[in-house]
Design a binder for this molecule. Structure first.
Ligand code: NDP
Length: 330
């Protein structure tokens, strides 16, 4: 029987979860018509929550974590996906309810996979990962509401994190003036290199919001939720849009209807996990043209997958800058 190596999360009734690097039988892989030899994966906020058990991300046990992977198809019974194809997976409950990317092998339904864009290597696709693909979904959500560079500036919260860093880069490349909100003043130079024109201290936005505040930005990408999202809404100019994708400060939204009914502000929700295939393909197409690979390299560090548990703690402590790619050795 063939086996492969993987990180496996297990939990016994009434006990804390355990994370081990172990051998798994290939026959135990979950349902799917495509098997992928994973070459690279990454870490997102949700992966860090799953690895540390600090939030109930994992909903089936045992679980191989990792919500993203890139690799090469080694077996396929799916029309349009052939052995040798290079593919990318983001979300769909992988790493939560379906075995994920922190492994040498992954098996998923073929419709969950997108072809690796020719502009990117597997490592670059994982430097983007769910974080970058979500940043692109946020930019697309603003565009769908008619937001253009003439609506500048655009606020990005959680700017030095994964989604935030790539959102800053994408918006700046598209010609927007970007206000980056961060709790890490030491990352100001990094954020300016990505294209931020102004850096603000996240403390300005993290306390309770008034229903309406001075109109400071025409749109926002919010990775933080809670009071920060409430302040982002309150400071949005008449007719503007806020794309909400994250909850790093909290899942609550202590706001009022004032921005919506007095300023016509739109709150656009962004979900990457169950986004339909055509939306994913659009986002990856746009990333291929809009994301400067040299800039991507400056937000990325590369580590072996064995480092994932340690990086998870750093990410939740807010000390990881940008994106981390993990290489998966065979
Ligand atoms: P990161 O941990 O890389 O970035 C989060 C950033 O949020 C931190 O770097 C920090 O930015 C800021 N932050 C952290 N804690 C707080 C706090 N208490 N108050 C205010 N700001 C805080 O995570 P990701 O970029 O991967 O994800 C960002 C958010 O988006 C997460 O909540 C994640 O769950 C969500 N997400 C949602 C997706 C979707 O489909 N909707 C997909 C991907 C992510 P700084 O240091 O600059 O202040």
């Amino acid at each position: 029987m063939s086996t492969f190596s993987a990180f496996l999360l297990t939990r016994e009734e009434g006990q804390e979860q355990q994370l081990t690097w172990t051998e798994v039988d290939e026959a135990d892989l979950m349902d799917g018509d495509v098997t992928v030899a994973v070459s690279h994966t990454t870490i997102n906020y949700k992966d860090a929550l799953a690895l540390t058990g600090s939030s109930p991300v994992v909903r089936r046990w045992p679980m191989i974590p990792g919500i993203d992977f890139a690799g090469t198809v080694v077996a396929s019974e799916h029309d349009g996906v052939a052995v040798g194809d290079e593919v990318v997976l983001n979300g769909w409950g992988v790493g939560e309810t379906h075995w994920g990317g922190y492994a040498q092998l992954a098996r998923v339904p073929g419709e969950w996979l997108v072809p690796l864009p020719s502009a990117f290597s597997p490592a670059q696709a994982m430097a983007i990962g769910t974080a970058g693909y979500t940043a692109m979904l946020c930019v697309l959500a603003l565009e769908r509401q008619g937001v253009t560079p003439s609506d500048s500036p655009v606020l990005v919260t959680g700017a030095a994190g994964g989604v935030g860093s790539i959102a800053v880069a994408l918006l700046a490349k598209a010609g927007f003036e970007v206000i980056a909100s961060t709790g890490r003043p030491e990352e100001a130079e990094y954020l300016r290199r990505l294209g931020a024109g102004e850096i603000i201290d996240r403390a300005e936005l993290s306390g309770p919001a008034r229903p309406l505040a001075k109109e400071r930005w025409g749109a926002a990408v919010d990775c933080v939720g809670s009071h920060t999202l409430a302040n982002a809404l309150a400071g949005t100019r008449y007719g503007g849009t806020v794309a909400a994708c994250g909850l790093a400060q909290g899942m609550d939204l202590p706001s009022s209807v004032a921005p919506f009914i007095l300023r016509g502000v739109t709150l656009a929700g962004v979900d990457s996990v169950m986004a339909p295939r055509e939306v994913r393909l659009e986002a990856w197409d746009r990333l291929a043209t809009d994301l400067d690979p040299d800039l991507l390299a400056t937000v990325t560090s590369t580590r072996p997958l064995a480092d994932a548990p340690a990086i998870a703690g750093e990410l939740l402590a807010g000390s990881v800058r940008g994106r981390v790619v993990f290489t998966v050795d065979r």
